[in-house]
Ligand binder design. Sequence first.
Ligand code: HEC
Length: 128
Amino acid sequence: MKKMKKLLKIVLLSSMPLLMFSCYYDEFPEAVGQDDVVIPPGTVVSFADDIAPIFVTYNCTQCHNPSGQNPDLSPGNEYASLTSGYVNPGNSSTSKLYTQLADNGHRNVDAQSIALIKKWIDDGAENN
Ligand code: HEC
């Protein structure tokens, strides 16, 4: 009887690593990162249809409104406000709108929206 117990213990102990590592995968599916989203080069990103709605989705005007934090992102004011210092047309990497969302992780904006903002700025930040 004692021998059986010992044997059981050995079997249990030696199978532990097997149990512990049986759910191990070499590769975990990764979350979609900024670099994974590519807006096709020919795409025309529209400020009215693609960019302004992002500010609505993320409720940016809760803080960025005429009497609040700059830039003013309320409907009708966003373009003028952004292009007075927060966007450098043609250069997303020096544009606060882009760096604040992409590099500082402001408001946890999704990768697709950030990619659209980047392309819109790099394409000249038009009021289109
Ligand atoms: C809960 C309030 C709040 C919300 C919502 C919010 N912001 Fe901000 N935002 C701030 C504050 C406060 C600052 C200034 C401090 C800082 O840079 O974090 C700021 C700074 C910024 C700046 C940089 C301004 C500068 O002078 O450098 C930009 C651009 C910006 N926000 C864009 C956005 C966008 C786009 C959204 C929506 C996706 C958004 N914010 C949502 C509070 C908010």
